[in-house]
Design a protein. Structure first.
Lengths: 130, 406, 197
């Protein structure tokens, strides 16, 4: 779910220097029907919030959500009428990644935390520290 | 070039044939961001389309009315997020015009600003080329482009502290001189660049598949481009050599020797070539700026009411302490007036119309978003083409939705 | 909360758009609403072929309340070289309108005004007569209100924060007496006095 500036860092994490493919996330599926993990990267506007909810509903279980960046986690720099103050008001989030934007290393650590959650069989928001 | 009348909603339109209305986006890999296009299509042919924007509307302009002049910069950098320093550049130039200190900005600060602006232009074109190529299936180009971009982000991080929104250009100069070793890294980039450009050209320029997909796709005549207020590489690819750096130079651009690449074909391939040529011209400017940076000098103006004095002087001077306190707690005041300042961003003419009423916050900050005006011409360009051609057109126009929606 | 900025009053020293030496290179002109369309047509005929931008400013508290601002560029269409482009002239046309006034649309002169006028309609609530498709563009289609107006709260009507309680400047110390909270007894005396106030 590449929305804003964080989407560029999300694209960078697939590039050669950071290479998320070695963690197993080789392909970014554009269709929610085929995805296990939704990375909300960027600020969620009022107009976009129902779209995010709809895409989350279209994903098949089991599914996880990473809220990447300060804007997706809490509204970030934008405390105003246009931005949803945290995507967790719309969909449940498993890992929050702070930063504006977080470095690609931060997103890699978040994916590691998701893998840890999957191993342990639990859910719940954990603040990813990077 | 016709304009739409009623909004399209997704449905199956019962004409004879296969016509239906499809929503492309707002979540789509090839729309380069959150763009929704309502397409009325027959098979793969686009009959009519209506782009729908606003999915990233952040209310930045209203936000800025409630922030100090120096805080506004953080919001403004997040508009065109592929080239943050160019937003910051335009903003600080506008505020300096209102303050009347444009002539007092030291030479070294101006050279550093030009250096950052050209680095960020190359970085932005890298993302555009990489994502444009990946839409067409040329996935390797993405990796080559982002590798080049990594070098530039490292430089931005070294100077400003952050990879993407460095907040390095400030009102009154720049935030601190360049760190040690920075100029050597710029030299390394200058040495690496021609090889990388050769590789990018070799991958795409004479590639028959790329040429097939982009030549004669998305044609725009010069008259159409001007009437649709298109600026930047799409305008120059249609034959109009308008570049704000040459037409209305700012920050010392008149002292640099560079060309403005122009083509006359007006299609997506021409825009691709113009952007590649622009990257090479940006490197010429970077080389010249690098030579000018050999001479040391101040990087901020000597006005404690606008730029806080160095932190070390707080313990020694009462005035320095008071100025620091004032600037941090209530910011500086800008005399009343309105100004329109424009710079040549990677997407076109980026402009800010700033109104001040004498307070320590802007009264109104209106952005002239190049991407929004460039995207509007899609309505006239796309009908009669395939959906695949539409993807090529969007990529070649290079919209950034942080700027379109603000 | 709505804007706390003092609006610049027309004609006074704080009016940003009063006639004064220009800060930038654009020629600034103020036009009445009734003469706006004719003036813009004349400017287009003069060679201002590009509408750079169309925006609005809300001067709440001033009459007329809004300023619709047109930025124009004199771009020669046949301009294949930098020398042919030269230094194109810029123009800034300001038109003061009141709340509820209808502004003539310039879409027939410059097609790029389409989305710009829709944005002004969406965010300021200013109606443009003659626009082919005037509806909201940035906000959701069922949004109520014009967010960029100065009396619209920053955080939106749903999240408007309750105003902070005014801090009553109450002191535990009687005016003129030095504070003496050093002993427990004196401290308890002070607390008792503050509670009685």
């Amino acid at each position: 779910m590449g929305l804003a500036c964080c989407a560029i860092e999300m694209m960078t994490v697939t590039s050669a220097e950071y290479d998320i493919a070695r963690l197993g996330s080789e392909v970014f599926r554009s269709s929610p029907r085929q995805a296990d993990l939704m990375i909300v990267s960027g600020r969620v506007a009022q107009k976009m919030a129902p779209v995010v909810k709809r895409l989350y509903d279209q994903m098949a279980d089991p599914k996880w959500v990473i809220s990447m960046g300060a804007c997706a986690s809490s509204g970030g720099v934008f405390d105003n009428y246009a931005i949803v103050q945290g995507v967790d008001t719309v969909i449940p989030v498993d890992v929050y990644v702070p930063g504006c934007p977080p470095t690609p290393d931060g997103l890699l650590y978040a994916v590691n935390l998701i893998q840890q959650q999957i191993r342990e069989g639990g859910r719940g928001g954990i603040l990813a520290r990077s | 070039m016709s304009l739409s009348t009623t909004p399209l909603t997704p449905e199956i339109v019962s004409h004879e044939g296969n016509a239906m209305v499809l929503s492309m986006g707002p979540q789509h890999p090839s729309t380069h961001g959150v763009l929704q296009i309502m397409l009325e299509i027959e098979g793969e042919n686009v009959i009519k389309l209506e782009p729908e924007i606003g999915y990233l509307h952040t209310g930045i302009e209203k936000n800025c009315e409630n922030l100090f002049w120096s805080q506004v910069q953080t919001n403004v950098e997040r508009m065109d997020y592929l080239a943050p320093s160019s937003n910051a550049f335009c903003y600080v130039l506008a505020v300096e015009k209102l303050l009347g200190i444009t002539d007092a900005i030291p030479e070294r600060a101006q050279v550093i600003r030009v250096l950052q602006a050209e680095l960020t232009r190359i970085a932005s074109h890298c993302v555009q080329l990489g994502t444009h190529a990946i839409d067409l299936g040329a996935i390797s180009v993405f990796f080559y482009c982002f590798d080049l971009r990594e070098n530039i982000l490292d430089l931005q991080e070294a100077a400003g502290g952050a990879r993407m929104h460095p907040n390095y250009l400030r009102v009154g100069g720049v935030n601190g001189d360049l760190p040690d070793g920075y100029l050597e890294r710029v030299d390394a980039l200058i040495a690496k660049f021609p090889g990388r450009m050769r590789e990018l050209r070799g991958l795409l320029q004479a590639n028959p598949i790329f040429q097939d997909r982009t030549i004669d796709v998305g044609y725009m005549s010069p008259a159409d481009a001007v009437s649709w207020s298109v600026t930047g590489p799409p305008l120059r690819a249609s034959g109009v050599a308008y570049d704000v750096r040459k037409a209305l130079p700012y920050s010392g651009y008149e002292h640099y020797d560079f060309d403005v690449p122009t083509r006359t074909d007006g299609d997506a391939y021409a825009r691709f070539l113009v952007r590649l040529d622009e990257m090479e011209q940006s490197l010429r400017i970077i080389e010249q700026a690098r030579k000018k940076l050999n001479t040391p000098g101040p990087v901020v103006i000597d006005d404690p009411k606008i730029v806080a004095p160095p932190k070390e002087t707080i313990a020694l001077s009462m005035e320095a302490l008071i100025h620091h306190f004032k600037i941090v707690s209530e910011g500086f005041r800008v005399p009343p007036g309105d100004v329109y300042q424009s710079v040549e961003g990677p997407r076109g003419e980026l402009g800010y119309y700033i109104v001040s009423n004498g307070e320590n916050r802007p009264y109104r900050l209106r952005t002239r978003p190049p991407s929004m005006y460039n995207l509007q011409c899609l309505k006239g360009m796309a009908p009669g083409n395939l959906i695949a051609d539409l993807v090529v057109m969007i990529g070649s126009l290079d919209p950034v939705f942080g700027e379109v929606d603000r | 909360m709505p804007s706390t900025q003092t609006p610049p009053l027309a004609g006074t020293a704080t009016d940003p758009t009063s006639v004064r030496p220009a800060i930038d290179d654009a020629i600034i002109e103020r036009v009445e609403l009734s003469a706006l369309r004719a003036r813009l047509e004349a400017l287009k005929a003069e060679g201002f072929s590009m509408l750079l931008d169309l925006g609005a400013v809300d001067y709440l508290g001033r009459a007329p309340r809004f300023d619709v601002v047109y930025h124009l560029l004199k771009m020669p269409v046949v301009a294949a070289t930098v020398a042919q482009v030269g230094a194109p002239g810029r123009m800034r046309v300001l038109c003061g309108i009141n709340d509820g006034d209808h502004v003539p649309s310039v879409v027939s002169l410059w097609p790029s005004a389409d989305w710009a006028e829709r944005e002004v309609f969406d965010l300021f609530g200013i109606t443009f007569d003659g626009h082919p498709d005037l509806r909201r563009i940035q906000m959701p289609h069922d949004w109520e209100g014009a967010p960029l107006r100065k009396d619209y709260p920053l955080r939106g009507p749903a999240r408007e924060r309750a105003p902070r309680p005014a801090f009553a400047l109450k002191s535990n110390v009687q005016a003129g007496t030095p504070p003496s909270g050093k002993t427990l007894a004196a401290l308890q005396e002070q607390i008792k006095k503050a509670r009685e106030q």
